[in-house]
Structures are given as C-alpha cells and as structure tokens.
Design a binder for this molecule. Structure first.
Ligand SMILES: Cc1ncc(COP(=O)(O)O)c(C=O)c1O
Length: 387
C-alpha cells in the first residue's frame, strides 16, 4: 500500500526526492519478477516465447482493444504503425510541436514529412483547430499529401481524439495515437489503446507501465493492420515463413521483458489509483500558487508525469536540485526548434503555445510509491523557492 503517513515526529528528515524512484516498485514485486524471469531462463524461448503472447492478450484485455502486438520500443511501435499504413516520401504526418523528439523522428524515419501543430494551452495536447489550420495550409501549398495525424497524450492525459478524429475522417487521414506516455489513461469509459484505429505505447522503464529495458505495444481494432504490424515486427515475414512479404525490421519485445511486464501489469490498476492520489495531493497543495495540470472531466490521466508551469523555471529547478529534489524538463525544446527537423519547416509555423510551455514547464517527482511526506516536502520546498 502507498504510505499515507505524514512525516511522523520520529521519522528522519527527507534528504532527497528523485524525479522517479523505480527501486521501491521493484522491491514490492521482486519475488514475482525473479520467479518469472527464472521461468523464461528454464524454457529458453527468448524470442517470442509464450510470455509474449500471454502479455499481448492481457494488454489487449486491459485496454479493451481487439489486438495488441508487443514490440521493441515506443519508437519502433510508431515506426511500425506508420509502415503499416504506408506512410512514406511525399506524405505529411501532423504532429504536436510540444512533445518528445521521437514523435517527429519516426515520421522522418519512414521518409514522410512531419508537420508541426500547436498545442492547447490548458491540456498541452494537440489543438484540433490548429490541426485543421495546418492541414489546410498543406493542402493549399500542394507539395505534400496529408496521410496521417499523430496526436500525443502528453504526460499521460489522452488527447482530444473525438475532435481530431472527426477532422481526420472527414479529410481522409489516418489517426495514429502516440500513447507512449498514457497507457492506463482513459477518455470517458474507453481506455488508451482503443481511442484511435491504431495506438502505440512505450514500456520504457519510467513509463507508467515500464519494463526493465526497452519495450512497446501497438494496439489496433483492425485485423489487417494488426497482421501488417506482426509481419513488420519480424522482417516482413508471416509467422515462421522465410519469405519477406513486405519490408520489415527486428521489432519484437524480448520474452524476458514480457515476463517482467506480466508481473507489473498484475498490479498496474492499483498503481494507477496511487498515481491519481499523488496527483490529487499535489493539486490540493499547489492550486492557486502555480499552474497545476488541467483535468478535463472527460479524461483520466495515467500520470506519467506531474507537470506544473512556473515563472523563472530554470532558476527554480536549479534551487530544487540543490536541495535534493529531482525535477524534469519535458520539453525544453519544441520540435520546430530541433536542428534535426529544420528541413521540414514550412515557414507557416505559428506555435506560440508550444514555445511558451517549453520555457515554463517543470515536472515534479511522480510515481506510485511516493509517500505523502515526500509530496509535502516537495511542495513545501517548491513554494519556498517561489517565495
Ligand atoms: C511522446 C513519446 N513518443 C515516443 C516515445 C518513444 O518511446 P521509446 O523510448 O520507448 O522508444 C516516447 C518515450 O519517451 C515519448 O514520450
């Protein structure tokens, strides 16, 4: 159980609070994980062993999605999704400007062109009106063929899929969810994994559901897309066949990581409740003092990160760091300012919200095992630094 103990008089003063602390979760689950890894070592099927298929079934059931394909990373999941829908040279894929660089990197990796869209100032997710505006711009210019939009569920909060999908469907674009940060989140009563025709998540260790290495998942309702991703995952081959039916890659999740994820998935629903409790305690203490995360009543975040907006962000971060409090900058540089994507700029970029957020966001320590005393300590020090 997450400790709700306030700092007891006899408890030692808190010296430091890291941004993420994966060791506590490991301690809770160590015996189960050790047993599952030992089982994989015993049977020796390190590639696509039975744990992979079992995990895919459990993940699909958790998300209430028809198909899940376990893959090598979040980035590879997105690349495989883009390959499965046939995105390539001459194609435009719309991505939010305020996200991790991989969101645009994968588009460029398949030869397509990322087009940057500003985000909503409240949710930090893709602004549907800005998407439509950027789409009109690409159509008017006539150089690229718009094929897909890739909303990101930033910090764990699902994007506005109903609004974005309505525009995409009317204009013939595929929706690919970059759900790298949001597995476990919900929009109404539907779960991340089932919010778009194809959704990609990451099992990077610090994600809400994290492996002990790289991993990812592709979710889809469409049997043909699922089949395509399965082929792409193993060099474009069908099952054990030796014929390459399409271009593919080495994109499988290791059996050992599947075993670790099975153990973690067995406690994941409870951990999501704990993350929510952590976020609620931050909210209650920080509301009115800094800009706290927006909580639309139609969505539930997986709380990959708890991110506030503060003035003088870099100075605040430095002072907290000097006091042993770990914070994160996700993201200091919006996508249109990365040198790697300079060649994709259209000259029409108007991304003021992304630019502003990049200067103001600060992610505070987050995790299911954070204690109330630690949260209170972080809040107290943050408010002291802000003065
Ligand atoms: C929004 C987003 N997209 C893609 C990725 C890539 O995931 P991975 O690190 O598993 O390749 C990440 C990971 O941090 C991410 O946050």
């Amino acid at each position: 159980m997450r400790s709700s103990e306030a700092l007891a008089p006899a408890a030692p003063a808190i010296q430091s609070v890291p941004l993420f602390d994966l060791k506590r979760q490991q301690a809770r689950l160590r015996a189960d994980i050790d047993g599952r890894i030992a089982h994989v070592l015993d049977h020796g099927q390190f590639i696509l062993g039975p744990e992979v298929e079992a995990l895919e079934r459990d993940l699909a059931a958790f998300a209430d999605a028809r198909h899940c394909i376990a893959v090598s990373s979040g980035r590879d999941a997105l690349i495989m999704a883009l390959m499965a829908v046939g995105a390539g040279p001459g194609d435009a894929v719309f991505v939010p400007a305020f996200t991790f660089s991989a969101t645009a990197g994968v588009v460029a990796s398949v030869g397509a062109s990322p087009v940057f869209v500003d985000v909503d100032a409240a949710t930090f997710n893709m602004d549907p009106m800005a998407f439509e505006h950027a789409l009109d711009g690409v159509v008017a210019e006539g150089k690229l063929r718009p094929v897909a939009v890739m909303p990101v569920d930033l910090y764990g909060l699902p994007a506005d899929y109903p609004a974005i999908s309505a525009i995409a469907e009317a204009r013939g674009l595929q929706v690919i969810a970059d759900a790298a940060q949001s597995f476990g989140g919900k929009l109404g009563d539907r779960s991340v994994g089932a919010l778009a025709p194809i959704s990609c998540t990451s099992f990077y260790p610090t994600k809400p559901l994290g492996a002990f290495g790289d991993g990812g998942g592709v979710f889809t309702e469409d049997g043909r897309l699922a089949e395509a991703v399965r082929q792409i995952r193993t060099h474009g081959r069908q099952g054990d066949g030796d014929e390459a039916l399409r271009l593919g890659m080495t994109g499988r999740l290791d059996t050992i990581q599947a075993a670790v994820l099975q153990a973690k998935l067995s406690v994941f629903a409870g951990e999501l409740v704990w993350r929510e409790e952590v976020a609620a305690r931050y909210d209650a203490a920080l509301e009115g003092r800094v800009t706290i995360p927006h909580r639309p009543d139609w969505a539930r975040s997986a709380w990959a990160l708890y991110t506030v907006r503060v003035p003088n962000r870099d100075r605040v971060r430095e002072q907290l760091s000097a006091e042993g409090i770990g914070t994160g900058l996700f993201y200091r540089i919006p996508l249109h300012r990365h040198p790697a994507f300079a060649t994709y700029l259209t000259g029409r970029e108007d991304l003021p919200v992304s630019d502003r957020l990049a200067d103001e966001v600060l992610s505070l320590p987050m995790g299911p095992d954070l204690t109330d005393a630690e949260i209170d300590h972080v809040v107290e020090r943050l408010l002291a630094v802000l003065g």
